[in-house]
Design a protein around this ligand. Structure first.
Ligand code: SAM
Length: 246
């Protein structure tokens, strides 16, 4: 069943009203008709079963049949501090990270990121938000992951507040992900992934000074985008969030 994140103002009493691009998508793209049912989510933790009553390109209305807690959210909150990558790679991480359960994306400028400017054009940010929202709808998330403005790595460490912070580093040979998590009932996780060129040793030292664990992901060198998703999945799995315990 199709799922849409809708502005809470579009839920009026027992009625849902869609306008603009969402009405166009329902009427023209999905070619839905009165009587069809959809799931609307308010991004505040609720989802609504809705039966459409009127469908046009300008406006779609529906009767709310049920209100229930939105499902699809992991019990652990993960913030992915992702070094800026080439556009298609970075956008791939936003999409796949949303599917596997990342709650918040923070683009990070590091010593070796190709771009060194924290100011991202509004059009690019809007595209990133759209990629995340569409991936959240497709994957059945209960909330749309947040996307923060880009920060420099030092500032990311300064604002760090997670129960456990993980920074995979290909030069680390001893500390495993499981060892870093051992005995910690982490509710919030911060994950730092470097750029195509990797972190410089000084950045790893800074991470450790802020309590982060440098860990190995094994003997093979993963591309940055691979490392991001692989580590996010491993962390979700270690917290029983990949069909293995929630
Ligand atoms: N320096 C790497 C090289 O020699 O090609 C490039 C860095 S790698 C493409 C990008 C990021 O993925 C790294 O900063 C690290 O966060 C992570 N990474 C990739 N492979 C890893 C591994 N085997 N162990 C730990 N981290 C890894």
């Amino acid at each position: 069943m199709h799922r849409f994140f809708v502005p809470p103002d579009n839920i009026i009493g027992r009625q849902l009203i869609l306008t603009g691009e969402q009405a166009h998508q329902v009427a023209q793209v999905l070619r839905m008709r009165p009587g069809d049912e959809v799931v609307a989510l308010d991004n505040a933790g609720w989802e609504y079963g809705v039966r459409l009553t009127a469908v046009s390109r300008q406006q779609v209305t529906g009767d709310i049949l049920q209100k229930r807690t939105a499902v699809g959210e992991p019990s652990v909150h993960m913030t992915l501090y992702m070094a800026l990558l080439k556009r298609e790679k970075f956008e791939w991480v936003l999409q796949k990270g949303t599917e596997v359960g990342v709650n918040c994306f923070v683009p990070v400028i590091t010593r070796r990121t190709l771009g060194q400017n924290v100011d991202i054009k509004a059009g690019k940010l809007a595209r990133w938000h759209k990629i995340i929202a569409e991936a959240a709808e497709q994957s059945g998330r209960g909330r749309v992951p947040k996307l923060h403005a880009p920060v420099r790595l030092a500032d990311a460490f300064r604002q760090l507040q997670a129960d456990v912070a993980i920074i995979p580093w290909e030069a680390e040979t001893a500390v495993t992900l499981r060892a870093a998590l051992a005995g910690r009932a982490a509710q919030t996780i911060a994950l730092f992934i470097g750029p195509e060129g990797g972190f410089v040793p000084e950045e790893i030292e800074m991470a450790r000074q802020h309590g982060a664990f440098a860990v190995t992901l094994g003997k093979r060198i993963l591309r940055a985008e691979t490392a991001a998703i692989a580590t996010a999945v491993l962390l979700e799995y270690e917290h029983g969030q990949m069909g293995n315990g929630e």
